[in-house]
Design a binder for this molecule. Structure first.
Ligand code: NDP
Length: 334
């Protein structure tokens, strides 16, 4: 057969501060037919995630940096479209870390079959995938909320935050969310069923918490850091817990950021702050899939996604994470 024409996104240069389209390059390649034992996979959806910004910096971290001139990687759901006696049948849908490209060849290593009959394909990148698991373990295992606790969630209308809010409600907590637009606040109040939500671009976070969490907060699920973390530390009650999931407000900073300026509060208030990385918690995947599929089927967890069309628009989708263009999970239909 003729070579397969493939388009993929390379890292053209390392961003300094806010990334731009110039940091990415759309490259056309040609793949040979699958060798014996190999399969050709056509990606259908790929994920863009805030953590990818950290991988664009050349530094040691829990995942290695992306290399300039090489194709980016990330979560993707694709379909085996050709198999040369490969381990999976043609037609099988698979989850992989081979995103940012239309096609790839594989011997099956690193591929996990997924069932489109159980959940929509793209949801394996969101509510049924890594962000959903992050919300599940970050809230239940790290923050350990009790019924009646006041739980504050930042980035509350995003992939992780929207799920955290709804699980906290299921556990009998009072939930306060912050998000960057009135439309997101409206979704949180009227779809996710939180008790209170505010637009942090319209009022300082400290004012939002003073208004909507009059008795203070017991748990803070941090997706944002900076001023959000500072305001949460001030609002936390004695023995409060913080699940430190992400600090997206700092990912594009070009100099150290000052907040939180009140870290000493952890002593007098006897607070616990615990960071976590979802990949340490894949032992919880079975529990997560069982609970989440029941919650979705029962209408207790609602999920949204924002879809960009075409691999050529993957950089724009990624950049959109930093300007809040997504409600729920940001994905690209390849
Ligand atoms: P989201 O779907 O929440 O998308 C990012 C959102 O962040 C945007 O929509 C925007 O919403 C908000 N945002 C962007 N810039 C800022 C800013 N300067 N200040 C405040 N809010 C901002 O992404 P995810 O749900 O995938 O990730 C949420 C957080 O969780 C991130 O920090 C991410 O790094 C972290 N994470 C951590 C994991 C772990 O293992 N620890 C795993 C997965 C994610 P808005 O309109 O509200 O501003």
């Amino acid at each position: 057969m003729s070579p397969i024409s493939n388009r993929e996104i390379h890292l053209a240069s390392r961003p300094v501060g806010m990334p731009t389209a110039a940091n990415f390059e759309l490259v056309e390649t040609h793949l040979p037919d699958p060798a014996p034992g190999q399969m050709l996979v056509r990606n259908r959806y790929m994920s863009v995630d805030p953590y990818m910004r950290g991988r664009m910096v050349d530094r040691k971290s829990y995942v290695p940096p992306f290399q300039i001139g090489e194709v980016l990687t990330g979560g993707a759901v694709g379909q085996v479209v050709r198999s040369n006696r490969g381990p999976l049948a043609e037609g099988t849908y698979v989850l992989s870390m081979n995103g940012w490209r239309e096609y790839f060849l594989s011997d099956g290593d690193g591929l996990t079959p997924v069932d489109p009959g159980l959940a929509p394909l793209s949801s394996y990148l969101g509510v049924m995938g890594m962000p959903g698991l992050t919300a599940y373990v970050g809230l239940l295992d790290i923050a350990k909320p009790k019924a009646g606790d006041a739980v504050f969630v930042s980035g509350a209308a995003g992939a992780v935050g929207s799920v955290v809010c709804q699980i906290a409600k299921l556990k009998g907590c009072q939930v306060i969310g912050s998000a960057g637009s009135d439309a997101k606040v409206d979704w949180l109040l009227n779809r996710a069923g939180v008790d209170a939500a505010f637009n942090y671009k319209a009022m300082p976070v400290s004012a939002g918490l003073a208004r909507f969490a009059r008795g203070g907060i017991d748990v803070y699920f941090d997706n944002v850091g900076g001023d959000h973390l500072e305001a949460a530390l001030s609002a936390l009650n004695n023995f409060g817990r913080v699940a430190v999931c992400g600090m997206i407000s700092q990912y594009n900073a070009i100099a150290p950021t000052p907040a939180p300026r009140n870290l000493a509060l952890v002593i007098g208030k006897r607070l616990t702050l615990q960071g976590f990385i979802v990949s340490d918690h894949y032992d919880r995947l079975g529990d997560f899939h069982r609970d989440m599929s029941q919650w979705i089927a029962g209408g207790q967890v609602k999920w949204e996604e924002t879809v960009y069309e075409g691999i050529e628009n993957a950089p724009a989708a990624f950049l959109g994470l930093f300007s809040g263009e997504n409600l729920g999970k940001m994905v690209v239909k390849c």
